[in-house]
Write a protein that binds this ligand. Sequence first.
Ligand SMILES: Cc1ncc(COP(=O)(O)O)c(C=O)c1O
Length: 477
Amino acid sequence: MSSHDRVYDDFSSLIPSVEGIDIGRVLRMVAAEFELYKERTPKSFAMLQRAQKHMINGVPTTWHSDWRLPYSFYVARAKGVALWDIDGNEYLDFNLADTPAIFGHSPDDAVTRGIAEQLLDNGVTTMAPTEDAVVVSELLSELYGLPYWYVTLSASDSGRNAINIARSLTGRSKILIFNMAYHGTGDETLCWRPNPDSEVVHRWSHLRPGLDAGANTSVAEFNDLEEVEAILRREDVAVLMTEPHLTDGGFTFPVDGWHDGLCELCDRYGTLLLIDETHTQTVGPGGLTREWGLEPDLFMSGKSIAAGMPVGVIGMSESVAKRYESLLNEGDPSAMGGCMGQGTTNTANAICLRALRLSLEHNFTEETFAKMNASMDIIEQGMNEVIAKHGAPFRTDRMGARTNISFLPERAYDAKCALRGIGFGGLHEYWTYYCLNRGVLLIPFFNMIITSPHHTAEHCVRVVQLWDEVIANLYDR
Ligand SMILES: Cc1ncc(COP(=O)(O)O)c(C=O)c1O
């Protein structure tokens, strides 16, 4: 473990201070970028006035206000890796909807054409399985090694359903997650511990009054096996949920032996282990589960898995699947029906399954990921050269087609260090909004760059060029 203290609730402790960079000046530069943004987006501003009359903050879902701009831009069109707002500004997209669009926006390929054909000729939703469902379960088994599969509407939905399955099998109610991890919008998973001595609380407790977060959720620090053991020893945890490495607040990497240790502890104390691959899928066709040879009891993914269509999946080991199946069939299976507490009417419908099948067949291939990686090679090498040229204490960490930029020199093995590396409080904002105003779209809440098979060398060089300009401006050179 690093010696970073673990207090998260003091925002100022998350702002890295970098010798030679005046943060006050950087904040003024961020304000200037906001002014420039407003000048470039008058039609989006006008649309906001209209939108606010019938939608909270003028957007249909809170995710769309996560840009943390004075107001969001409204999208006119997205094609390949280009995106146009309604003011006609064109952006090169390296955000890719935070991975659902990693294979490109509306690419003219077999996946898009197949989805369109299904829509036009073969039905959207019929409340009965199609052959695609069977093929999908076979393809998923090949990719990730788990033999049984369940389909949901999103990764968040997978999380909720996987927790239900684990509770049924273990007869326990609690889950264990790692501090600052994100697994979607299930109530149990939106919990954290602001400092080592505090109770587990809901991250947005004002939106969930009266819910006792600690009753259902335990929280440990990532890479702390002793703490995990102390919690699991109580034998009240149904499932331990974790990403292979944390990605939702910078990258937090596992120390050697971490995953073996988790497996061993889960086995010893009768807790099921769930790997959340939703965000690490950019590593390759089988994600980190395959790359690192992980053997979880449960697995979940979503986002990019069906080329951006709303689909999530849950993988199950033989033992979990068989136990769950007999549990269901011990009761009256027809009475359980669709309301076994899991599925919903539109879940696993014909169009979602078609998209999932086509995406697994055509996108989840070594060839596709080789293209994505070739682009990321250019960005990684270029950005590292720029860092060295400026002698800046920054770093990049690469995971396949996704690179995390940190405004700290060291690799993060605890979530606090990873969060500080994002550079909230000036550095992150300047980098993101400088790029936005110059036609490059990056994720607005941490420093990730993602490449798609549709990026060209020229696109990648553009990002490196902007990184060079941003570092020079930060140091006022
Ligand atoms: C690791 C991880 N799991 C689950 C989710 C939930 O995905 P969705 O919002 O598509 O339900 C996310 C979303 O960012 C995620 O990053």
